[in-house]
Design a protein around this ligand. Structure first.
Ligand SMILES: *Cc1c(COP(=O)(O)O)cnc(C)c1O
Length: 459
């Protein structure tokens, strides 16, 4: 395949994509297959000789779509969304064609400079103070790891990087049990250890208890541990919990500890001023992560980390061997020094296209609709005899259950085998519950109304 063939086939791919998206509502949301059925259709060995693009494309059309769970399906109400707006898809097509490495400013000044401008746009869009800068990671997991590595090094006076962790003081991190497992992963792979991630009790509103946080920090200091930082939750994955950010940050700052806020999902909603009460005080954070690739429409991968001061993270993650120096240019930003990987995709392009194609007003309308429609679905479900709403809507996420775990689980299986909608489960207060989140970019009020309809039919 050469570039002339590519021109032909990328037009075919664009036509295929249009057909795919316009027929999504007719397809079951979740792949209805048994394990191994896709792999069984593929040859055991790689081809020795070139194959015709016709054959490759035909196999793609035949084998792949039946094995997909359709994340852009308007009735995808599982997990959190991984929205891809059409404008984002177009930008990704261009970024694919350019295939640049944005590791240094000079390896493509446009990649770095557009990213810097997008960070300024997003700072304003979310109502954060001007002092924040930021960068784009592949995922919130990587952003949280970067923040935790920085907490570790700050606590160790940057000795861990050189000396390793043996014979260093035992560090402690603090978070509530509502935070995402990426916080546990960061504690583990940063060498701090799961046991040293202290899970602070939550109150009736599922916020970390600020007093319990203060108590845990003081007790750890008295016992000879070294507290390193606090991770707060703004929109938990399980049921959408929010820590009381201002109160918890006040405790952390009083103890001279840095704070990272995980708003991976809910951060997108902060483009709507009326939701910002949910994270009041966030301007005091050192680091905030949110995923435009969840709810804003700039497709995976696009995780934004805001930093009050990038210097500690650059000191932790930045390395500048001779082959990565940029002669005579000390003032430029080399984003690889802010992140774990060296190589970086051109991710800012899809943010630029998405923000322009819909405008903040268009994106706000979508998010506001999702929140209203989720409440309508909650009310309709609550009217069904036998259904209990187990957690009230946090933005556009709520949970419900039937009388027993077995009944709830049976219902969830029937719903997902049916295929008109897709929901997933979590555990809350000891119960198996079904999560409903509304957030797909193209979903309509009718799509959301299908949730109580399907539940009523299949209960
Ligand atoms: C989805 C999610 C994450 C992980 O996001 P990735 O970008 O997939 O790593 C972390 N925290 C919260 C609250 C999330 O919802």
């Amino acid at each position: 395949m050469d570039h002339d063939d590519l021109r032909h086939w990328s037009k075919r791919a664009a036509d295929w994509a249009h057909d795919y998206h316009s027929t999504l509502r007719d397809r079951p949301v979740r792949a209805p297959l048994t394990p191994g059925s896709i792999a069984a259709q593929l040859p055991e060995n790689p081809p020795e000789n070139p194959e015709a693009a016709e054959a490759i494309f035909a196999d793609f059309e035949r084998i792949i779509p039946p094995g997909l769970t359709h994340w852009q399906h308007p009735r995808f109400f599982a997990y959190f969304p991984a929205n891809a707006s059409p404008a984002s898809m177009l930008a990704e097509q261009l970024a694919n064609a350019i295939a640049a490495q944005g590791m240094l400013w000079q390896t493509s000044p446009a990649v770095t400079e557009l990213e810097q401008v997008m960070m300024r746009w997003l700072t304003q869009a979310l109502g954060l103070p001007d002092g924040f800068t930021g960068t784009i990671h592949d995922s919130a997991t990587t952003a949280t790891l970067s923040a935790v590595l920085t907490m570790r090094e700050r606590a160790l006076g940057w000795r861990g990087l050189e000396k390793g962790l043996a014979s260093q003081p035992r560090l402690r991190l603090y978070a509530s049990a509502e935070t995402h497992s990426s916080v546990d992963k960061a504690a583990r792979i940063a060498g701090i250890g799961q046991e040293n991630l202290v899970k602070i009790h939550t109150d009736a509103h599922l916020s970390m208890k600020p007093g319990a946080l203060a108590g845990a920090i003081a007790a750890d200091r008295a016992a000879g541990f070294q507290p390193a930082g606090v991770i707060l939750c703004a929109g938990g994955t399980s049921v959408g919990a929010f820590d009381r950010i201002a109160d918890c940050i006040a405790i952390a700052k009083g103890a001279n500890l840095p704070v990272h806020v995980d708003a991976a999902w809910a951060g997108s909603a902060m483009i709507c001023p009326e939701f910002r009460d949910l994270w009041t005080g966030v301007d005091g954070a050192d680091s905030i992560v949110f995923n435009p690739h969840k709810w804003l429409g700039a497709q995976f991968d696009c995780a934004v980390q805001f930093l009050a001061d990038p210097a500690p993270q650059i000191r932790t993650l930045g390395l500048r061997p001779t082959y990565l120096e940029t002669a005579g240019r000390d003032e430029i930003t080399n984003f690889n020094e802010w992140t774990v990987p060296l190589g970086r995709r051109f991710r800012a392009l899809k943010l630029w296209f998405t923000l322009r194609a819909y405008g903040l007003s268009g994106l706000r309308d979508r998010i506001r609709n999702h929140v209203v429609w989720a409440r309508e679905a909650r009310d309709a479900l609550a009217r069904l005899p036998g259904v209990t709403i187990t957690t009230e809507p946090s933005l556009s996420l709520f949970t419900f259950a039937l009388g027993s775990d077995a009944e709830t689980e049976g219902l969830l299986h029937r719903i997902n085998d049916d295929g008109r909608i897709y929901l997933t489960q979590t555990r809350h207060a000891g119960r198996y519950v079904i999560r409903v989140q509304v957030g797909q970019f193209d979903c309509t009020q009718d799509d959301v109304a299908m949730i109580p309809q399907v539940v009523a039919e299949l209960m």
